[in-house]
Design a protein around this ligand. Sequence first.
Ligand code: F6R
Length: 364
Amino acid sequence: EKGGYDAYMQKEIFEQPQALSNTLLGRLHDDQGSVELDIELDPNSFDRIHIVACGTAYYAGMVGKYLLEQLARVPVELDVASEYRYREPVVTDRTLAIAVSQSGETIDTLEGMREAMRGGAQTLGIINAKGSSMTRELDHTLYVHAGPEIGVASTKAYTSMVSAFLLLALWLGQQRGTLSKEEVARLVHEARALPRLISEALSDDRLGRVREVAQKYHQARDYLFLGRGVNNPTAYEGALKLKEISYIHAEAYAAGEMKHGPIALIDEHLPVVVVATESRLLEKTISNVQEVRARGGRVILILSDGDTENVQHAEDVLYVPRCDEMISPIVNAVPMQLLAYYTAETLGKDVDKPRNLAKSVTVE
Ligand code: F6R
């Protein structure tokens, strides 16, 4: 069943090129440079978006907020579902409420959507599981088509959910005219490359490097993850994956927030993973890295292929394929997943059955 893999999680990490092909299939038109979505949503029927989700799906939503605001210029609020459902959110009939969920069954997310519906919102699900409760209750479903995910720690569903947000943001940018035709065409072309980029991110030499890093730091008590902008969520997702399956305490912060407190934690025992791939904010991230280094932190940099300049700031480097910043969170998720996976493996943990966790949380 695991098809020669040691664990479902591992199998699902390696299924990502195929999963992403399926997410993008029939939706990206490279020849026309356009995006077409199989949903009947009127792109001009709302003027604000609420994104509601839990856990990894919430971090996918965090990337989604960034992409939707950047590319489609729609104001987005983002909440964890257990907060949204009780905070009496201000919802109007010009609100589009988006649920993000692999299972389509998470009770808090479903109740958050019911709350939005009571306020008159239109609802859209970014969902993996076919025919799940949310797909039946919500007005629209944008399926992510990642295929069944069995491993408790979400991997391919995450990258597919982020890709679905990319499609939605591009489509809205195209339909609402916030992106030029050329810009849409360029990003469509970039997004087409995702399955190949993910395959490259999973090459044997890169796997070997991540495994070495995982083994080197597997006795750490804590880990810190930092990122900025569209890759701030990548840091959060990296920390969550590590916590879930290796039980090492991990925290994530926006890189620029570090000096407002967490920098006090840094010493020579703390591995600090920093997403520092090609970005207009890269210089700012690197200056945060220098602050960590100056306090003895063990910096593990995620760098774009070909970046030899910033190697000097790192104790260890994990390279990822170079790509446009807007699609980089999808590519950058891969070393995060692998780091968690190999750390858990080194520690002898059962990655498919992490303690205290269930695949689908249908009780509050
Ligand atoms: C993390 C993980 C959980 C889920 C969360 C939401 O790896 O799997 O954090 O992401 O419970 O589940 P869904 O997406 O099914 O609503």
